[in-house]
Ligand binder design. Structure first.
Ligand SMILES: [Cu+2]
Length: 123
């Protein structure tokens, strides 16, 4: 019994350590993201507003709809989410989505944690 608890504790520690950090830069009018493909699991988006206006960051996809607070120009924040494999939209939700419509939108693909990060060759 003790051994099982020990293994579970180790697994918990390693899953925390494996939380991916994904840098995001917001500006007018784009969402720049370091990786278009991230692994499923805990992901921390490190969001920086490098623009001249207030922006925000929102993640929308399978089972996830979560956003940062509004960030004045120059501010940074971290948004932690748990992502399942699938396709997600990340965008700026400000001003009735006019920022999103102006281009502040990006798609990311979440792949299963153990899958190789390389894309399948297109046939
Ligand atoms: Cu914006």
């Amino acid at each position: 019994m003790k051994r099982i608890l020990f293994v579970a504790a180790l697994a918990a520690i390693s899953s925390v350590a494996k939380a991916q950090s994904v840098p995001v830069t917001l500006s007018e009018w784009k969402v720049e993201i370091a990786h278009d493909t991230v692994k499923a699991g805990a992901v921390t988006f490190k969001v920086k507003n490098a623009g001249t206006m207030t922006h925000g960051f929102y993640v929308m996809g399978p089972g996830v709809a979560k956003g940062s607070h509004e960030m004045p120009a120059g501010e940074s924040t971290a948004l932690m989410v748990t992502l399942k494999p699938g396709s997600y939209d990340v965008y700026c939700p400000m001003s009735d989505l006019t920022h999103k419509m102006a281009g502040m939108s990006h798609k990311i693909v979440v792949i299963a944690g153990d899958a190789p990060a390389t894309k399948k060759p297109t046939s």
